[in-house]
Ligand binder design. Structure first.
Ligand SMILES: Cc1cc2nc3c(=O)[nH]c(=O)nc-3n(C[C@H](O)[C@H](O)[C@H](O)COP(=O)(O)OP(=O)(O)OC[C@H]3O[C@@H](n4cnc5c(N)ncnc54)[C@H](O)[C@@H]3O)c2cc1C
Length: 481
């Protein structure tokens, strides 16, 4: 088994220089070279801004975005009813009560879900616009472990249906096809090659799907460089200063970058945001790659499946390659990696009987990705200093689609002082985008509400983690870090 830092894909290198000891200026500085950062850079360059992206490590090798399992999904790690209850609770703390608080929470959840669908669509658009050839395919299956999980999944999709998400499906023969399909246990088994009786059923989400993450990320970075975005790696934003209305970012390698607006794209630096200290908790998530046995029917009906466990089991098929993930740990080493890979393959064999003949030596590759856990329940955006410092902070579960969409919203609302709207339509779009971004600005933060169990465990590992009352329902979560 080989331990690698990234996909063994035919992607080529993207190796921009470091900005060591340089003095640079730009309209819009993005710190963090993952999907949220590149998506913001794309939106901003389309507005004619002068954009710089800095990455503290190596592009495509540090960002979760370049190492992920390659699913994109609608929704969020939490069941919809839990989200509604928590958001309503937040309103009640502010003095909004009863039905009004509940309705408001429902509206916010609907808006949230829409943003994730738009993120799925944006992924496809970027792939198309820049000809990235990242094998984007629609149709992501979430499989339910228990009947209760299945009921929760169904309820989630019924809520989405009532939220009119179907209107976002592209027209086919002048009508909009349904965006999801519910599968019984046998249907799932037949179509996806899962073991008899393993899953209680599942849902195929046609907004969600699969893609090749590293190919996408590196291709997008290259395309943006051609359009004029300046990229630097090994350049970590560490401190920020305002003087005479000029913002200056100081980097660990001695680079000094003057900018009108800074976007911390899921990149936290303690001096830049004091609150961020509590968010910078690292964990490792794994991807294991095997070659499918000849003729295996695994995932024939769709390229990607994840389930309702926490952390979930997930698998993506690309040709004869199968990428699987199942575990997260607080640290990694070659030994831990080997053990995780072995256990992941064992789980894969329980889920997909066609893998039965594979052993350790058939593991082609395995790697872990560093993810930034936070203590916050929801992804949120903060704008400070008149909107000139924008922080996107997210529990790492926020996933690929939301990262893309939030980045795009940020790139679209970069303040007017930096770029004037081109016309009235542009002005209207900016206003709409600013409203959409505001949703994330008001999401619950930190320890005010009950933070996710995993984040608490990560934060309070030593001494004993606090006792947490789990929500009544089994959590139905997206593929996450
Ligand atoms: C192994 C693995 C599997 C996953 N599988 C899936 C999946 O199948 N589906 C899904 O939806 N999600 C998945 N995720 C989660 C998903 O990858 C993330 O939610 C998403 O990529 C986050 O994108 P981002 O741009 O916000 O953050 P990141 O991709 O983490 O990018 C942040 C970047 O900022 C850089 N940075 C940090 N601090 C600084 C600084 N001070 N200055 C400059 N740069 C800095 C980091 O090095 C990093 O490159 C997975 C994650 C991992 C690790």
């Amino acid at each position: 088994m080989r331990q690698s830092l990234a996909y063994d894909e035919d992607v080529g290198e993207f190796s921009p220089p470091s900005a060591t000891n340089e003095n640079l200026t730009c309209d819009f500085l993005v710190a963090g070279g993952g999907l949220s950062g590149l998506s913001a850079a794309d939106a901003a360059i389309r507005r004619g801004l002068n954009v710089v992206v800095i990455e503290k490590g190596v592009y495509g090798k540090e960002a979760a975005s370049g190492l992920s399992a390659g699913q994109f999904l609608t929704g969020w790690a939490k069941p919809i009813d839990v989200m509604i209850t928590e958001l309503a609770q937040q309103d009640m703390e502010k003095g909004v009560y009863g039905v009004q608080a509940h309705r408001r929470a429902e509206r916010r959840v609907r808006a949230f879900l829409r943003r994730t669908v738009e993120g799925c669509q944006q992924l496809e658009e970027l792939d198309h616009d820049y000809n990235l050839r990242a094998s984007v395919q629609h149709g992501a299956c979430t499989a339910a472990i228990t009947e209760a999980d299945m009921a929760s999944l169904e309820a989630a999709y019924r809520f989405m249906e009532k939220s009119n998400l179907r209107a976002l499906m592209p027209l086919a023969d002048k009508r909009r096809p349904p965006f999801f399909e519910i599968l019984g246990a046998r249907q799932l088994q037949r179509r996806y090659g899962t073991a008899e009786g393993f899953y209680a059923g599942g849902v195929i989400d046609r907004f969600g799907g699969s893609f090749r993450p590293r190919k996408f990320l590196i291709g997008l970075a290259r395309a943006l460089r051609k359009r004029g975005v300046r990229f630097f790696q090994h350049t970590e934003a560490q401190a920020l200063d305002f003087a005479d209305h000029q913002m200056t970012v100081f980097c660990g390698n001695g680079a000094t970058i003057g900018a009108n607006t800074l976007f911390m794209a899921n990149a936290y630096a303690r001096h830049i945001n004091g609150d961020a200290l509590e968010r910078a908790i690292f964990e490792y998530d794994y991807v294991v790659e095997v070659e499918l046995p000849e003729g295996a029917k695994t995932l024939m009906a769709g390229s990607v499946l994840s389930d309702t466990r926490d952390p979930c089991f997930y698998a993506r098929r690309h040709g004869r390659r199968l990428y699987m993930g199942y575990e997260e740990t607080a640290e990694t080493s070659p030994e831990i990696m080997r053990d995780v890979a072995r256990r992941t393959l064992e789980e894969g064999k329980r889920v997909f009987p066609a893998l039965g003949s594979l052993g350790d030596r058939d593991i082609k590759n395995a790697w872990s990705g560093r993810v930034y856990y936070t203590l916050d329940d929801y992804p949120f955006v903060e704008r400070r200093h008149g909107g000139r410092v924008i922080t996107f902070a997210a529990p790492s579960d926020h996933g690929n689609s939301l990262a893309l969409r939030i980045g795009q919203l940020v790139g679209n609302v970069v303040p007017r002082s930096t770029s004037q709207p081109k016309n009235e339509a542009d002005e209207r779009q900016r206003r709409r985008n600013a409203e959409q971004l505001r949703l994330f600005e008001s999401f619950p933060k930190g320890l005010r509400l009950r933070p996710g169990r995993r984040y608490q465990e990560a934060a309070f590992r030593d001494p004993e983690p606090p006792v947490v009352v789990s929500p009544a329902k089994t959590s139905v979560r997206n593929r996450s870090a």
